[in-house]
Design a protein around this ligand. Structure first.
Ligand SMILES: Cc1cc2nc3c(=O)[nH]c(=O)nc-3n(C[C@H](O)[C@H](O)[C@H](O)COP(=O)(O)OP(=O)(O)OC[C@H]3O[C@@H](n4cnc5c(N)ncnc54)[C@H](O)[C@@H]3O)c2cc1C
Length: 406
């Protein structure tokens, strides 16, 4: 039998300690709410995971770059821990990898086709249009296929064809006190960890179920039940769908239909002098079995370089992946000083999900429930943080009288 393990209900429980959950929790805690964050894994960060094979040498297995246009994130980080831990990323380019060589993306661009298409393409509204449809018009079909489709797939770690154009590259004001592009002294996961300063976060505590009560919600964990007046679900879409199934089946159903994609990630560390590749931010896969290779070069180290390969799912086994890594880096496998693997998961987003997000907002408008995460406003850390801050503000503004439970 489950027992209630909190003496008093929390004002807010946040399920999931990725950037969405941490931003929302931070914003709500600042306004005086009693907030508890539950995280299923033994670390915070979610898609932000920094592998630390050697002292002082974090290597990103998921997200690698944050920008000073991520205002909601920076505001909360500044309030919790300050911005002094941010590490500027040095300039470095992205290249295509063709026949064993790095090739500039500009080599794949037809300027003539761009000139012909750009003026008409710019007139087109991005709302409710897919990336494929929008950028074919803007750049021309050839430019899209040769250059943009593989480059966007490298950015999103999945095919970008159906992704909503409105959710890619939004213009946001820049926070001038932060570097334009940055990581953190502990890797980006260090940034997520800094955001937990003065927050109550229980890691290793997955939420197993939620139910509605007269005064809010009950969250079931393996240790017992926790009561709260308001609830935020900040998990991946498939988990949110499962958690909502009993309490809000109307919300659960469409969310459960969002497909998830796996990205098979393999990262290696090599001696700096072992690799001849030029300094680079990353490689774009195109026809290769990987979407992208993310390099750690923008945060240079005297002794080592590290490369994170994001492989397409189910294309290679573990030994074949190591062979590809060795070929791309032109090193022998025994020159890998450290190696790790993980499976990243992302939602496969389409234009219809922009409509779904609007419907969810309509449904939750007066509920003490917030749904946040990378399936509701775009994949980037900045998009997640922006939605999380907005939803935190909506939850905080709810007065007891309009917290209707229908
Ligand atoms: C390979 C890769 C590269 C990327 N690169 C970039 C980049 O360079 N820049 C950028 O801006 N974005 C990047 N992104 C996207 C970005 O990192 C993510 O979309 C974003 O971090 C998602 O944050 P989130 O909090 O919404 O979800 P998540 O990070 O998925 O967090 C959800 C959290 O919920 C937890 N959870 C799940 N189930 C439960 C449960 N039952 N109970 C409690 N907790 C639970 C999970 O463990 C996780 O910690 C990248 C993503 C990937 C995968």
């Amino acid at each position: 039998m489950n027992t209630t393990i909190s003496a008093h209900p929390y004002d807010l429980i946040v399920i999931g300690a990725g950037v969405s959950g941490l931003t929302l929790a931070s914003r709500a805690a600042q306004s005086g709410h009693s907030v508890l964050v539950l995280e299923g894994e033994n670390r915070v960060g979610g898609c932000i995971e920094s592998w630390r094979p050697f002292d002082d040498f974090p290597v990103e297995l998921g997200a690698h770059t944050a920008y000073n246009s991520y205002g909601a994130l920076l505001t909360e980080l500044e309030a919790r821990a300050g911005l002094s831990g941010l590490l500027p990323r040095e300039k470095a380019g992205y290249y295509f990898f063709e026949h064993g060589k790095t090739v500039s993306p500009l080599r794949r661009l037809s300027f003539l086709s761009l000139l012909i298409h750009l003026p008409f393409g710019l007139l087109r509204d991005k709302a409710l249009v897919s990336v494929g449809a929008y950028y074919r018009r803007l750049f021309g079909v050839g430019n899209y296929q040769r250059l943009l489709a593989p480059a966007f797939a490298a950015v999103l770690s999945q095919t970008a064809e159906d992704y909503p154009a409105a959710w890619l590259f939004r213009k946001k004001p820049r926070v001038k006190t932060a570097p334009r592009k940055y990581s953190h002294t502990g890797g980006l996961q260090g940034l997520a960890e800094a955001m937990t300063t003065d927050l109550i976060v229980r890691t290793g505590t997955p939420a197993l179920a939620i139910s509605r009560t007269d005064t809010g919600y009950t969250v079931t964990t393996a240790q017992g039940e926790l009561a709260c007046r308001k609830l935020a679900i900040a998990t991946p879409a498939d988990v949110a769908g499962r958690l909502l199934a009993d309490a809000h089946p109307d919300l659960a159903r469409p969310i459960s239909h969002i497909k998830m994609v796996d990205i098979e990630t393999l990262a290696v560390v090599v001696r700096r002098d072992a690799v001849r590749l030029p300094k680079l931010a990353g490689l774009i896969g195109d026809t290769a079995p990987f979407f992208s290779v993310v390099s750690r070069d923008p945060l240079q180290h005297a002794d080592y370089r590290a490369f994170t390969f994001h492989f397409r799912p189910d294309s290679l086994d573990a030994a074949q992946k190591r062979t590809v890594v060795a070929q791309v880096l032109a090193v022998a496998e025994d020159q890998f000083l450290a190696l790790t693997e993980k499976t990243n998961r992302l939602p496969w987003l389409m234009v219809e999900h922009v409509r779904l997000a609007a419907q969810i907002d309509q449904h939750t408008r007066n509920l003490p429930l917030a749904l946040v995460g990378n399936y509701l406003n775009g994949l980037s850390i900045g998009d997640c943080a922006e939605r999380a801050r907005r939803e935190a503000e909506r939850l905080m503004a709810l007065s007891p009288s309009n917290e209707s439970m229908d």
